[in-house]
Design a protein around this ligand. Structure first.
Ligand code: SF4
Length: 557
């Protein structure tokens, strides 16, 4: 059986087959995780030891758990909309896997069917109907801009720009074409001068990253588009890849031109099948039109892009873990330095930028560094696309200038709570983000201003927390997510996340708070990457603000 299945895999014809891609194809064909015989055969064909393969496979949920009839989102927004109950209700009738975010937080809860279609039954909706074929495509998300210059959202919410002709009629690739005549230094100078900071959460200076990669001596360099938007609550990158894929590709091509890369990889999480398909189709169309593949736009240096699917690991959103995945290994964070800009993919200089960052870069090269720097704040120029979940009266993507007070976003643009209960807090930046109560909503949306107050903006996801929310379930959900998605590289995060779940996620927060705080101190101080270091922030804050309510509710249940 194993040989028969493997023999049909074109990816395995050569000894240099990518072990994870081969494993993925095999798992999909089998419809289940690999057994010992199949693993041994895969090891023989790929010349990777069984133990190494087993270790790698175990770090990717898609390989370790296999395909499911349906994936039910239990990310923060969907959990607040009954996602866990939905997963439970369906589990007797279908093979269910949970997902920690499907990127439809504006219309939670969300389900992803095996056929790749998304179903949005609504809170308390009919789960069986959501599973039945055919599923109507969800209506487009609301997209709004409250800024002088829409940058990220300029081609969103209007439909049709995944089509190359329509995108080009709307100026796609015009900036790239012009930039090719000005030389790489002009592109580097524009991005550096703009003050653009990476929109994936870390906020590192994009121009500096590009400059370092360009300056690093190497035979080859890479550009990686990080489409692993895993932070529950964020979905703008999904919309960009689905609705403006040529804008994303143009950003990659500009980066490649600036740093001297000939190969680009767009890494798209498997929870976003429509985004992956749209981007792959756009790459094919751009190649057929002579924009990619050989000389860029027919006159520039060679550059091509391939689209790679993630395998269901949250930590792959971290740039070095993503590179490990691309190299076919366990999804684990690398020790740094060296940083990817000097030693990234296959040890070569690699720029890893998230989707929104690349789209910003196109506007900057088109309009100039000064025009960009004139928007937002001095410390955080430009705009930020915020994602408002279904808990707001006006959910969707909202692009604002950096510096906009959070209160305006929540109360005016977001319209306040969707339901009758007032908001107890807003959760910003995913489960490792910040719990921000109304008294702190005067903080500007700005990396620096928020950091000065101990807050994080992260990827820009905002989840409304109504006063009547099930807080013990929320805390338990976060801790489960942290325990499930820790890559396991370092002990404080791997074991600390599980122990925190035992202490705070079970029935008895009361009596466990002192031990929990001691544990969080260790996890925060001794974890290797931002994931572990970020675990304590929201947990502490939720308990600080609502600990008595949580303990009372736990004691009563
Ligand atoms: Fe992995 Fe957690 Fe350590 Fe980061 S902190 S390297 S996610 S185990």
């Amino acid at each position: 059986m194993a040989s028969e299945t493997l023999g049909r895999l074109t990816d395995l014809r050569g000894a240099d087959a990518h072990p994870l891609e081969a494993a993925r194809e095999m798992v999909q064909r089998l419809g289940r995780p690999l057994g010992p015989d199949e693993l041994a055969e895969l090891a023989r064909r790929t010349r990777v030891p069984v133990a190494e393969l087993r270790g790698a496979i175990s770090s990717y949920a898609d390989l370790a758990e296999g395909p499911a009839d349906v994936r039910v989102c239990v990310g923060t927004s969907c959990a607040l909309a009954g996602g866990e109950g939905l997963a439970e209700a369906l589990s007797g009738r279908a093979h269910v896997r949970v997902a920690h975010c499907l990127g439809h937080c504006d219309r939670s809860p969300a389900l992803l069917r095996r056929d790749g279609r998304v179903a949005l039954p609504g809170p308390g909706g009919d789960a069986d109907r959501a599973l039945a074929a055919p599923a109507a495509a969800p209506a487009p998300s609301s997209v709004r801009a409250r800024c002088r210059e829409p940058i990220v959202t300029r081609r969103l919410g209007r439909g049709g720009f995944a089509d190359l002709a329509r995108a080009r009629a709307n100026d796609a690739y015009a900036t790239l074409e012009r930039a090719l005549g000005g030389g790489p230094e002009a592109v580097l100078a524009a991005v550096e001068g703009s003050g653009l900071r990476g929109r994936g959460g870390a906020g590192f200076a994009t121009g500096r990253k590009w400059r370092l990669a360009a300056a690093a001596p190497a035979e080859a360099r890479y550009v990686v588009c990080n489409g692993d938007e895993g932070d529950p609550g964020s979905f703008v990158d999904r919309l960009l890849m689905e609705e403006d894929p040529h804008g994303v590709i143009e950003g990659m091509a500009l980066c490649a031109y600036a740093v001297g890369a000939r190969e680009g990889i767009a890494f798209v999480r498997s929870e976003y099948p429509a985004a992956r398909a749209a981007l792959a189709r756009a790459v094919d169309d751009a190649r057929a039109a002579g924009i990619l593949g050989g000389a860029v736009m027919g006159s520039g240096p060679a550059f091509d892009v391939r689209v790679v699917s993630g395998l269901g690991s949250y930590v792959c959103g971290e740039e070095t873990a993503l590179l490990e995945a691309l190299e076919g290994r366990r999804c684990e964070v690398r020790l740094r330095p060296p940083y990817p800009v000097t030693a990234g993919l296959h040890g070569r200089p690699t720029v890893v930028d998230n989707v929104e960052t690349l789209v910003n870069a196109v506007w900057i090269v088109e309009r100039g560094a000064d025009a960009y720097a004139a928007l937002g704040t001095a410390a955080s120029p430009g705009t930020k696309a915020l994602c408002l979940n279904h808990g707001f009266a006006r959910p969707g993507v909202l692009e604002v200038e950096m510096g906009t007070p959070l209160r305006e976003v929540v109360e005016e643009e977001g319209g306040g709570p969707a339901g009758p209960a007032p908001l107890a807090a807003v959760l910003a930046g995913g489960p490792m983000g910040s719990v921000i109560p109304p008294g702190e909503w005067d903080v500007p949306v700005c990396y620096t201003a928020m950091a000065e107050r101990g807050l994080v903006l992260g990827h820009g996801g905002l989840v409304a927390l109504p006063d009547d929310a099930d807080l013990p379930a929320l805390l338990r959900g976060w801790l489960r997510f942290m325990a499930a998605e820790s890559c396991g590289r370092c002990t404080p995060c791997r074991l600390g996340s599980r122990r925190a779940l035992d202490l705070a996620g079970g029935p008895g927060l009361r009596g466990a708070r002192a031990e929990l705080e001691r544990l969080l101190e260790v996890v925060e101080g001794a974890s290797l990457c931002a994931f572990g270091q970020g675990i304590p922030r929201p947990v502490r804050r939720l308990i600080e603000l609502f600990g008595d309510r949580i303990a009372a509710a736990q004691a009563a249940s």
